[in-house]
Design a protein around this ligand. Sequence first.
Ligand SMILES: Cc1cc2nc3c(=O)[nH]c(=O)nc-3n(C[C@H](O)[C@H](O)[C@H](O)COP(=O)(O)OP(=O)(O)OC[C@H]3O[C@@H](n4cnc5c(N)ncnc54)[C@H](O)[C@@H]3O)c2cc1C
Length: 398
Amino acid sequence: MKKKKIIIIGGGPAGLIAADTLSLVHDVSIYDRAKNIGQKFLLAGNKGGFNITNSLQGVELTARYSPEGFMNKALAAFDTIALRQWLSDLGISTFVGTSGRVFPEKDLRPKDVLNRITARLIKQGVQIYTEHEFVGFDNDKHVAFRNEGKELLIEADYILFALGGASWPSTGSDGSWRSVFESMGVTTSPFQSSNCGINIRWPDVIRQSHAGKPLKNIRLFTANREVKGEAVITEHGIEGNAVYPLVPVMREMLQANIPATICIDLKPLNTEEQLLQRTIGKEIKTKDYRQIFNLSSVELALIKAFTDKETFLSLTGFVGSIKKLTIPVESLRPVEEAISTIGGIKTEEVNDDFSLKKYPWIYAIGEMLDWDAPTGGFLIQGCFSMGNYAAKSILEKE
Ligand SMILES: Cc1cc2nc3c(=O)[nH]c(=O)nc-3n(C[C@H](O)[C@H](O)[C@H](O)COP(=O)(O)OP(=O)(O)OC[C@H]3O[C@@H](n4cnc5c(N)ncnc54)[C@H](O)[C@@H]3O)c2cc1C
């Protein structure tokens, strides 16, 4: 087979795994605008543990991704087991945590994983050009980069874009490339926060005395979705693993101008009856609430802040609030702070192998496409699966 010249633009998980597969056969170069590749990958673990993938497989795995079915082929071809095997080949063994999340063994950090991937790419001859910003096309096979104030044009047989979403723009992924694709007739959607905190207008007492405090073993729910887990009160609202999966529902309500609320069950292991049983035969005053229902100071403060006086003073009303405390949601935290984003190139614009329908020699992979998945290792898994699948599709081309 004649060696092809392939350029990969974006050195995150999607681009790196594509480079690994393709460089076994072809000439591969990675271009990235940042000073170093993989800057967002290095943040993994920054918010709640470094989940490199998850232990789910088959339909349980694919069900975590939307739009439904969009990534099924890529996930089937390179699933969570395949990713763990790939990591193992790099000398990174993994283990399944209690939540089904998969972590690298021996406290390996994202930096260690990135170093091992990079070392292998270099060994396989991949050229890595940092501080090269993709700025557009001269024609559709000549890609224009800006480096040290100069523009240079690179020609390639295949071009893989793996430019990421728009969260944490300081990592290099800021979504500013959207206009280039729009000008080529490839439609995109604006980026929006996903897997992010939500803004709540806290009364001063919550913001001043309770920001930073955790809510452990809670159940958060909306009309049609519930999540058990943990959250943390922030100055702006609430965030954490129990919040993120509810973000799509919140976003829909906010966009439809429906008053958005989130409900907290502070004692998911107890029914209202069980909680009330604790009070039988006792004369309960409000000052006893904390002890009798085993509430933390922040939990009590939340109930006080979001119930009326009558409800707070009545035992059944108070217990009802422990099980369902309804809190109005103002908005989502900004894209800059989100763990991931939705938006980017619309999924209708790509074939099953993530080549662009209008330009089949150009591929778009990873978070730069408009898909969504929850935290728990599904984001990185999705990016690796897409990168692997796109690369294999190119290998099969001739
Ligand atoms: C705080 C935090 C914690 C996270 N933790 C986890 C976790 O534990 N598990 C998990 O599964 N996911 C996690 N994620 C999400 C995960 O990191 C991303 O989904 C993943 O990195 C996306 O990979 P990607 O290859 O699509 O893009 P990115 O990793 O964003 O890489 C895109 C690359 O493209 C480059 N680029 C962008 N524009 C240009 C341009 N114009 N020219 C040249 N180069 C450009 C960027 O510099 C960047 O290097 C976390 C994210 C954050 C922010």
